[in-house]
Design a binder for this molecule. Sequence first.
Ligand code: ADE
Length: 240
Amino acid sequence: MRIDVVSLFPEFIDQCAAFGVTGRAGERGLLSLHGWNPRDYAEGNYRRVDDRPFGGGPGMVMLIDPLRAAIRAARAAAPMPARVIYMSPQGAPLTQAKVRELAAMDRLILLCGRYEGVDERLIRAEVDEELSIGDYVLSGGELAAAVVVDAVARLQDGALNDAESAAQDSFEADGLLDCPHYTRPVEHELGGVPEVLMSGNHAHIARWRRMQSLGRTWLRRPDLIDEAALSPADRRLLDE
Ligand code: ADE
């Protein structure tokens, strides 16, 4: 998969390619990341990329032309068609289902805004979709784009090691929060480890983990329970 990021700070995106699962996906040839700076496509001595908003008000708005030229350069850099996504708090919420959809694509172009936003005409003409990573405002789309890159990279076939993908499956499969995890030592000044995890009884362990996942989701994120893939046995546990 190829991801192009249009940003005034393309070095930010280079950092994604340097570490962890995203870095490994790059090394394994599963993901290639490319930054495009609209300033490189701006005219004049000052290479201006923004201007004051019509109608007044604080902040600056990003100009159409440098952004459009950067998006077009990114599009032209590879033959596969790309979905262009503008990262913004006005976008649809990013969910794991959306991440799965994006991870299956050959190519994405992520557009990061700065200042107060981007000229609306550019969004209408060039953008296929707007995505938000949450109901808060960041000073730019770069962190949001990094979130998309990370979430999509780890779903590429072969990006995760076996142990990591097993952990991922439980969340992916049923939409519940994960259960608590423990490792050595058994006795610690911070407390012990639940007996059942050391019982060697796999059915009991699986049931305990399921109850923990259900309980945590019910307490912390009741909104997820309605959407989760629950068995009749799960429903009975929740009704108790
Ligand atoms: N840019 C600024 N805030 C954002 C958010 N919450 N999600 C995506 N992009 C953003």
